[in-house]
Write a protein that binds this ligand. Structure first.
Ligand SMILES: [Zn+2]
Length: 143
């Protein structure tokens, strides 16, 4: 950015982003809305979320990934891409959520998911979509 925008422009932009986010999150299922609040707003670690929601670590990472994909689809007025066409979707989503959040991956998972994405366009798109959803959520809810 050039830095030319006035603070008034920035605050109305933030309001617009916040309104968009509120409309999109209102259409999410409760577990997805809840986990995005814990992760993107309160910035809890996956382990903290696992404790809070009484889920195991894989379930937390998968739900974060699916919630981000769902949010991104809602923001765009579309449906999240189905898992069809990827036999390793769950494994990939878990690894992608952990990478994105700086969480520890099981040995070999980082290399595996990079290679997997190179040959799996739906998972490569999911990777980008998850970052976009997270960035939007954080932009709208930062203090
Ligand atoms: Zn895949």
């Amino acid at each position: 950015m050039s830095g030319g925008a006035s603070s008034g422009d920035q605050s109305s932009l933030r309001e617009a982003v916040a309104a968009e986010l509120a409309a999109a999150t209102a259409r999410l299922a409760e577990p997805e809305r809840q986990i995005l609040e814990l992760r993107e707003h309160r910035r809890l670690s996956h382990a903290q979320i696992a404790g809070e929601l009484e889920l195991d670590d894989d379930a937390v990472a998968e739900l974060i990934a699916r919630a981000r994909l769902e949010l991104r689809a809602r923001l765009r007025g579309s449906e999240p891409e189905a898992d069809a066409g990827c036999a390793e979707r769950r494994r990939a989503l878990i690894a992608l959520a952990r990478r994105q959040d700086g969480e520890l991956l099981a040995a070999g998972e980082d290399d595996w998911v990079r290679e997997h994405m190179a040959g799996c366009p739906p998972c490569e798109r999911a990777h980008a979509a998850m970052y976009e959803a997270s960035a939007c959520y954080r932009a709208a809810t930062q203090p």
